[in-house]
Design a binder for this molecule. Structure first.
Ligand code: 8OZ
Length: 368
């Protein structure tokens, strides 16, 4: 029987175990530049088989929250190089998550204080984080403007450039963030995409931008170091699709032959219940559709996993299991899972913004 603690491969990536640190937004990169404290945080967690960084903006336009990092300037690349060097020195593997927030942003965060961009001019019923009087503060997102089709090649190019920047910064690969109601997920889903051009309407049209991004990124850095994250039914950031099963099975059938390192699926509501009321979804059928279409990379599952559920998922055909909140509170999560605990409890008040407190000061078992 395969356990979480055995090696695995994900495309070109050789992983020491099957425990993955999920991408986790922490809002500790002032000016969008990664800091030495972030290098400490990721190094502390390097015993994971794979670390996926917090979502990282591919462009200023792709930015949607205060103090989240970017990957589009020399300073940001240099900041990330400190992170990847620290993780590699500790024997870890790390990919970065490429992010464009689309409509989940605020004019305060956008170039020239312009409107955030979206497939359609439909405002999301969701919040973002601004720093107000020195404190992270939740505010409603701004009204977006619909992207002109002529702007889309520039966004695809921003993904390509960010993927190359990731390699320059020493990452082992990238994960394309196509989940949680951000730009690519907005294009995918009927609730956010009311376009009448080649990027809206039918499933192939709504999947077009994402597939163009995948082609651009894999063409630049290789499919074997490119993964993708999907969230078929999450209500996060106010997205919904009329027929997610058909949409996502179409998508993974397109992705199957491309040789991606992995597909990472959030099951249920991101960071919440694994079943979403009124939104049933067959994840086994999704995995099978990808395998049937030639998908040979790793199948990574996420959301609310503990050790028994994770080991069950490996028996059911998953290859990797991503843990989010448990990794915030347990830098040595792999060792703790292997021993059956105990586990530190994550403190929600320090998730977003701040310094070392609730970030780099959670003890390992040896320290406790
Ligand atoms: C929590 C807060 C802000 C952003 C996601 C990048 O849900 C995020 C995110 C999560 O994918």
């Amino acid at each position: 029987m395969t356990t979480l603690f055995e090696p695995a491969t994900a495309g070109d990536l050789k992983l020491a175990n099957r425990v993955v640190m999920a991408p986790l937004t922490r809002n500790r990169a002032p000016g969008a530049v990664p800091t030495p404290l972030m290098a400490t945080y990721y190094r502390q967690r390097a015993s994971a088989g794979l670390l996926i960084t917090e979502a990282t903006a591919i462009s200023h336009q792709g930015q949607g929250y205060a103090d989240v990092p970017g990957l589009y300037s020399p300073e940001q690349i240099a900041g990330w190089k400190q992170v990847t060097d620290a993780v590699h020195a500790a024997g870890g593997r790390i990919v970065t998550q490429l992010w464009h927030v689309g409509r989940v942003s605020h004019t305060e965060l956008q170039p020239g204080k312009g409107a955030p961009v979206a497939p359609s001019a439909i405002r999301a019923n969701t919040k973002t984080v601004l720093i107000v009087e020195g404190k992270p503060t939740f505010v409603d997102v701004s009204e977006p403007r619909a992207l002109d089709a002529g702007e889309l090649p520039g966004i695809v190019e921003d993904y390509r450039r960010a993927a190359l920047a990731a390699i320059e910064a020493g990452f082992d690969g990238v994960e394309i963030h196509a989940a949680n109601g951000y730009l690519l997920d907005q294009f995918l889903k009927t609730g956010a995409n009311h376009r009448t051009d080649a990027y809206g309407g039918s499933i192939p049209n709504r999947a077009r931008l994402l597939l163009e991004v995948v082609q651009a990124v894999t063409g630049a850095i290789g499919a074997g170091r490119t993964g993708i994250r999907l969230s078929p039914v999450t209500p996060a950031n106010d997205v919904v699709d009329a027929d997610p099963q058909a949409l996502f099975e179409y998508l993974v059938r397109k992705l199957g032959p491309l040789g991606l390192a992995y597909v990472h699926v959030i099951e249920g509501a991101t960071g919440g219940p694994r079943e979403v009321e009124g939104r049933p979804f067959d994840y086994a059928a999704l995995r099978q559709a990808w395998r049937d279409a030639g998908g040979r990379g790793a199948w990574m599952v996420n959301n609310g996993y503990d050790l028994p559920l994770a080991e069950q998922s490996l028996r059911d055909g998953a290859d990797l299991v991503a843990f989010g909140k448990p990794f915030i509170a347990n830098p040595d999560l792999v060792a703790r899972l292997q021993r059956g605990g105990p586990f530190n409890t994550p403190e929600r008040s320090t998730f977003y913004g701040g310094g070392e407190n609730g970030y780099t000061d959670y003890p390992t078992m040896a320290q406790a």
